[in-house]
Every structure is written in structure tokens, then in C-alpha cells.
Design a protein around this ligand. Structure first.
Ligand code: ATP
Ligand code: MG
Length: 429
């Protein structure tokens, strides 16, 4: 397979950008991840373009552009409502915030631009005129399914330590091995990841965990990377549960909440929330995952009323995820095999029935509210919540009771009607 034989299908908008730049005398190529993915027959996430044109020239040539990172040579060209990053050929100084090096120098030489890129498979450029430009044998490494640094791995990891984690992330995404020298440098320089911001680490860990081969996470343990960026992995390995959990991950569908909950299942709600916060995850992730971790420790309910109560107590927002999680988790030795797949199917069937019948599973579905209770003489304050909660539990037990009149009657019968205010305020004091 010679380079010229490699033919890549480039989307029309990208083709238009390349053509416009070339017609005006500039060099222009699709570059990086998109070329790698296209060669592999995968659909690229996005198409990046590299060009000899300076940012000002790029801006003059296209109607709609955004100054994405003009100091670093990047202009986003908008075409058909999609943005394409067009970056001037450059030589990078030291990386600072990670996305951008501290200082960059523009160059007129494509190979210099490819040289600054992390791995050989990410350092290929392509256009229809010149075919594939592959100065560092990215194709050879794709053939051997290998992640290899461009140039000296130690130098490259010293320039930007995030590349250490990216090496593992690409190995997991592509099911590649990390080439020996690169892997040695990963292990030697893992500690440099301490210098990298939590946000960047989170982004790479997320891609690693959500990849097709999350079992490659084990490389992070073997090379000492997890000790620096995710010590929970070292803890579960020491407990002897690491391999089971990694197996669990690799059979699990690619769901952000499920996979993080699986990875954190040996901790508790508080600890998992802490770990996710440290990694700067959003509040929804922290909340959902830590509650799933907690829920997974309970026994599953197998009666309709038990399930309604459980939905209310666990939260209807995560209940679907909870059942799904337990489908995978029940088969994992770590769960203690407390229930069979049959139990889970029954549980899920009942859950669906409850949802389809729109049975009351939350306070807002209860057919009586605080205002009704105030009208019935309950004083404002904590008592209202207590009363509503009591009525809700009766309804969770028996959905037939969820009618306003029935609930008012239940309330009146429970408290002797005329003495409600007295009784309740009496209780308060
Ligand atoms: P993905 O498909 O996950 O987006 P990608 O290869 O496109 O993978 P990006 O992070 O989008 O990865 O970066 C685009 C390209 O920029 C890479 O292919 C690589 O050539 C270069 N690159 C990105 N980050 C670095 C880095 N930290 N050091 C060197 N080159 C990098
Ligand atoms: Mg990309």
C-alpha cells in the first residue's frame, strides 16, 4: 500500500475550504484525527485543516469566520452551519493550558507542523492534489496498530504531559498497543501529569472510559498513570476487585453515568462525589453517579409497592439508569450476586407497569398539596411536609388512594377534624 493509493473521502465543505485556499496560492490539507479516522474507515468527529495561509489571509478568503485562537493561528471557518478549524502551519513552544502552547511560530513548512503533533497516527495530512503526507510513518503504525510518539517520546511528554494520558486514551479508542519506547516514557514521566489541569485530565479520562476498549484502563494502572490522575483505580486493584470492574466496564454500553458508576462502585456516595468533583465534573454527573453508586448497594425490591417506594426514595430521575446498571452489575462478582437476571427482569417489568399506568411515585404526582392542607387547618411550616409525606407513603402502597377526595377523607379521619389546629400546633410545641 503506497501513500498515493490511499484515497480519502473528504466532505464537500472541507473540499471547498481546501480548494479556496489552494486557488489563492496557499497549501492546505485535512490533518490530524480526521485523516487517521478516515484511513481507518471510521467517521471523523470533526475535520481540521492546516494551511500555509496566515490567519488574516484565511479571514479574508471566507465570508464567515470566528477568531477561535487567532494568536495560535486558528480561525474557525463557518460553512453550512458547521465550523471547521483552519490553523496556520506552526511550530509550538511549550504547552501551557494544554489546548494551546505558550508561544507559537508560524512556518511555511507542512512537515514542521506535522512534527509538533503527538503521535504518528495523528501526524498525517491529506488533500486530493498531493495525496497523503505521512512523514513519520503513521500508516506503518496504523498497520501495526501502534501508538508511537512523533520523535523522542520523553521529549514529547516533557513538552506536554497530557500526551501521556492521550497515548492510553487513543490505545483504548482504537484498540491499539502503545509502542515500547513510548510506553516506557509513559511510565517514567507519569508523575508529570500532576502539572496538568484537572479539566484536561477529565476530558481524556472521559474519552478513555467511554471508548470501545475501556479495559485498556489497565495500562494506566500498569504504568503508574492512575496513581497520579485516578488513584481510585489503584485502590480497587489493591482490593482485588479491579479486574472484575474493568471486565464489567468492557461489557457495559457506552453510557457516561453507567460507566462512571461502575468504575466507582467500590466507594460510597460521599467518596464518589468527592472524586468526581476533584475531576471538575458537572453537578449533574456528580449527583447522578454518586446516587447510582449508593443505590447499587441496596437490595432490589420485588413487589409493586416496594418498587414504588424505592422509586420515590432513590429518585425517579435515575431509576431507569439504576435498573440498567443492575442488569450489568448483578453479573459481576463485586456485587455479591444477590439477585438473578430473572429477578432483574421481574423488577424491570414491574417498573414499566408503574410508569405506563402513571402511578404516583413522587410528591408532585400526589393529588393533594400543601395548599389543600392549609385549608384543612394545618398550620404552615414543617407539619405540612410531614403530613404530605405520610399521605404519599399511603399512596405508594396503594395507588387507588390517589384521588383528592379520598386523600382529604383519609386526612380528616386520621385527625379529629375540629381539633386539627390544636392537635398539630400542640404537637409542635
Ligand atoms: P478525536 O477524534 O478524539 O478528536 P483527535 O486526534 O482529533 O482525536 P484532538 O484533541 O481533536 O484529537 O486534536 C486534533 C489533532 O491535534 C491531533 O490529531 C493531533 O495532531 C494534534 N494534537 C492535539 N492535542 C495535541 C497535543 N497535546 N500534543 C500534540 N499534538 C496534539
Ligand atoms: Mg478531534
Amino acid at each position: 500500500m503506497t501513500d498515493m493509493m490511499i484515497n480519502i473521502r473528504i466532505p464537500e465543505s472541507v473540499e471547498r475550504i481546501l480548494k479556496t485556499l489552494m486557488e489563492h496560492g496557499y497549501e492546505a490539507y485535512a490533518v490530524g484525527g480526521c485523516v487517521r479516522d478516515a484511513v481507518l474507515g471510521r467517521t471523523p468527529n470533526d475535520w481540521d485543516i492546516t494551511t500555509s495561509a496566515k490567519p488574516e489571509a484565511v479571514k479574508r478568503l471566507f465570508r464567515k469566520t470566528i477568531d477561535t485562537g487567532i494568536a495560535h493561528g486558528t480561525v474557525t471557518v463557518m460553512l453550512d452551519h458547521t465550523g471547521y478549524e483552519v490553523t496556520t502551519y506552526r511550530i509550538d513552544g511549550e504547552y501551557e493550558d494544554g489546548r494551546h502552547p505558550k508561544n507559537v511560530e508560524f512556518t511555511g513548512n507542512l512537515v514542521e507542523d506535522l512534527r509538533r503533533r503527538d503521535f504518528t497516527i495523528n501526524a498525517m495530512a491529506y488533500n486530493h492534489i498531493h495525496g497523503l503526507v505521512d512523514a513519520f510513518d503513521g500508516i506503518g503504525d496504523i498497520r501495526c496498530r501502534r501508538i508511537r510518539c512523533v520523535g523522542n517520546p520523553s521529549d514529547r511528554f516533557n513538552e506536554d504531559a497530557l500526551r501521556i494520558l492521550r497515548a492510553i486514551r487513543f490505545a483504548a479508542g482504537l484498540d491499539f498497543e502503545i509502542e515500547d519506547e513510548t510506553r516506557k516514557a509513559v511510565a517514567v514521566l507519569a508523575g508529570n501529569l500532576r502539572k496538568i489541569s484537572k479539566e484536561r485530565i477529565q476530558a481524556e479520562l472521559e474519552k478513555l472510559l467511554m471508548s470501545s476498549h475501556p479495559e485498556k484502563l489497565i495500562i494506566a494502572y500498569e504504568t503508574g498513570v492512575s496513581k497520579v490522575v485516578f488513584p481510585e483505580l489503584d485502590r480497587i486493584m489493591a482490593l482485588g476487585n479491579g479486574n472484575d470492574i474493568i471486565n464489567l466496564l468492557s461489557c457495559m454500553e457506552k453510557d457516561h453515568y453507567l460507566r462512571w458508576a461502575a468504575l466507582l462502585c467500590m466507594s460510597d456516595r460521599k467518596k464518589s462525589a468527592h472524586i468526581l468533583k476533584e475531576l471538575r465534573f458537572d453537578n449533574k454527573t456528580v449527583d447522578m453517579v454518586s446516587r447510582l453508586v449508593e443505590a447499587a448497594k441496596k437490595d432490589i425490591p420485588l413487589t409493586l409497592s416496594g418498587i414504588r417506594r424505592d422509586i420515590y426514595e432513590t429518585g425517579e430521575d435515575i431509576y431507569g439508569h439504576y435498573i440498567l446498571f443492575m442488569k450489568y452489575f448483578a453479573g459481576c462478582p463485586v456485587s455479591g450476586k444477590r439477585f438473578s437476571q430473572n429477578d432483574i427482569r421481574m423488577w424491570e417489568g414491574y417498573y414499566r407497569e408503574i410508569i405506563e399506568k402513571k402511578q404516583c411515585i413522587s410528591m408532585k404526582m400526589l393529588q393533594i398539596n400543601g395548599r389543600d392542607l392549609i385549608e384543612l387547618g394545618v398550620p404552615r411550616g414543617g407539619k405540612i411536609g410531614e403530613e404530605l409525606n405520610r399521605l404519599l407513603y399511603l399512596v405508594l402502597d396503594d395507588p387507588e388512594l390517589n384521588e383528592r377526595d379520598k386523600l382529604i377523607n383519609i386526612f380528616k379521619n386520621h385527625h379529629s377534624y375540629n381539633n386539627i389546629s390544636e392537635e398539630i400546633s400542640g404537637n409542635n410545641s
